[in-house]
Ligand binder design. Structure first.
Ligand SMILES: Cc1cc2nc3c(=O)[nH]c(=O)nc-3n(C[C@H](O)[C@H](O)[C@H](O)COP(=O)(O)OP(=O)(O)OC[C@H]3O[C@@H](n4cnc5c(N)ncnc54)[C@H](O)[C@@H]3O)c2cc1C
Length: 393
């Protein structure tokens, strides 16, 4: 069992063998992965050392102090937070070896082809079809709100493989090659002016059966791993004190005394405390996690994150007065990374609106917490035992 002291030694050995100042960032990241210091809770040979996740902080602190490059989770968040834990849980050895290293070092960006025009909160209603053809599956359908599809090399995809089964049972889970000629990506412009996400049309896309994750018809179960991890990855990111949305507003308060009022002070204090409680709860949640398989508690974290981001960014706009109303950057562009807390107050205010929709809406997450954490009665469902093809759409 490797402990903190041993991890520190291993990290220093990595730094000695590959001094960050003299090493290409990508080469450094590859060496870090091969040393098992990428995500220490992952298995040996797959970027980890099979040790508790909480020990990652020891490695990260050493590397940050040495100015080592990182893999920028803002650019590859879907790969790191969602695709990787799903590949780890359900992938074959070959799939794990093929996909995890380029994903972690950032050579290959991933996106998530789940939502459809008729299937968002009710994701299991999805209609994209995958039909078996020899060693391949042929996929036809439309996905929507696909973040980073314009950058992605691979996608995690769920599609219907048996319309004769009830909706949760006829779904399978695939890894889709975004360079397939049948994949068409079109930008969708957001309230911020830019197009971070897309609609994706799939026409005769061929996916080898070797790129299926989990058993045929078990895609819903596999997707739960992705969705539970998504909520932790959106709502439970590791941040330092004042590292999230509360940081810029607290700084503005300190640096610009002319903006202060008693009422805003009370609201800032209470949001500051809530943000700190949410941050520490996230820290505890991460410490409790074994390799990448969170439960419904991640939904609670994501709920708190969305509400706080919207309240804090609203307070910031108010605090800044006329300046807060300015949003000078309403330009159509295709961002390379997503940073909720970056840029100016206007961007933060507008972008945080999506926080209560992406990764499951707040209403749906409240249902999950009610049913799976509090044990309250489930919503009535009359479509559980009906074949998907016979459901009203
Ligand atoms: C910024 C952003 C990025 C996204 N990125 C991706 C991505 O990369 N890949 C991807 O697949 N998807 C992505 N999504 C899509 C996201 O997961 C869906 O928008 C979300 O699940 C809601 O689905 P919907 O938009 O179809 O809304 P609907 O499901 O139609 O919901 C409409 C409204 O009804 C409410 N509602 C629905 N069902 C219930 C219920 N049972 N109880 C109470 N209220 C209910 C919802 O809360 C919502 O207010 C992204 C969304 C956003 C905003």
């Amino acid at each position: 069992m490797t402990d903190a002291a041993e991890l520190r030694t291993l990290t220093r050995e990595l730094l000695e063998a590959h001094p960050p100042a003299a090493t290409e960032p990508l080469d450094f990241l590859k060496a870090r992965f091969d040393a098992g210091l990428a995500w220490v809770h992952y298995p040996v040979g797959l970027g980890g050392l099979d040790v508790p996740r909480s020990l990652q902080a020891v490695v990260d602190a050493e590397l940050a102090a040495a100015g080592a490059p990182d893999n920028d989770p803002r650019r590859i968040g879907i790969g790191l937070g969602m695709a990787a834990p799903t590949v780890l849980a359900y992938g074959t050895e070959e799939q794990k070896r093929r996909f995890l290293r380029p994903l972690w070092v950032g050579e290959e960006v991933w996106c998530q082809l789940f939502s459809e025009p008729g299937a968002g909160s009710d994701l299991a209603a999805l209609g994209t079809r995958a039909v078996r053809d020899g060693d391949d599956w042929v996929v036809d359908g439309q996905k929507v709100w696909t973040s980073s599809a314009h950058l992605a090399r691979w996608a995690i995809l769920i599609a219907r493989t048996d319309p004769g089964l009830p909706k949760h049972r006829g779904i399978s889970y695939f890894i889709c090659d975004m360079t397939d000629p049948g994949v068409e990506v079109r930008p969708l412009r957001q309230i911020t002016g830019e197009a971070e996400f897309n609609e994706v049309f799939l026409t005769g896309v061929r996916i080898p059966d070797a790129h299926r994750l989990g058993e045929v018809g078990e895609g819903w179960k596999v997707a739960q791993t992705t969705l539970m991890n998504e909520r932790v990855s959106i709502g439970g990111m590791r941040i330092p004190r004042e590292g999230g949305m509360i940081g810029p507003v607290a700084r503005a308060w300190r640096e610009r005394p002319e903006l202060r009022t008693h009422d805003l002070h009370q609201r800032l204090l209470s949001l500051w405390v809530e943000a700190e409680v949410a941050r520490l709860t996230g820290e505890r949640l991460r410490q409790q996690l074994v390799a990448g398989q969170p439960g419904p508690e991640g939904s609670g974290m994501k709920l708190a994150f969305a509400r706080l981001n919207q309240e804090i960014s609203g307070l910031e706009v108010e605090l800044l007065g006329q300046d807060g109303l300015l949003y000078s950057d309403w330009t159509m562009r295709r961002p390379e990374l997503v940073d909720f807390t970056g840029r100016d107050a206007g961007y933060r205010y507008l972008r945080s609106k999506g926080n209560s929709i992406e990764g499951g809406t707040s209403e749906v997450l409240l249902n999950i917490v009610a049913e799976r954490v509090l044990g309250l009665p489930a919503e009535p469902r009359n479509d559980k035992d009906v074949a998907w093809k016979d459901l009203a759409r």
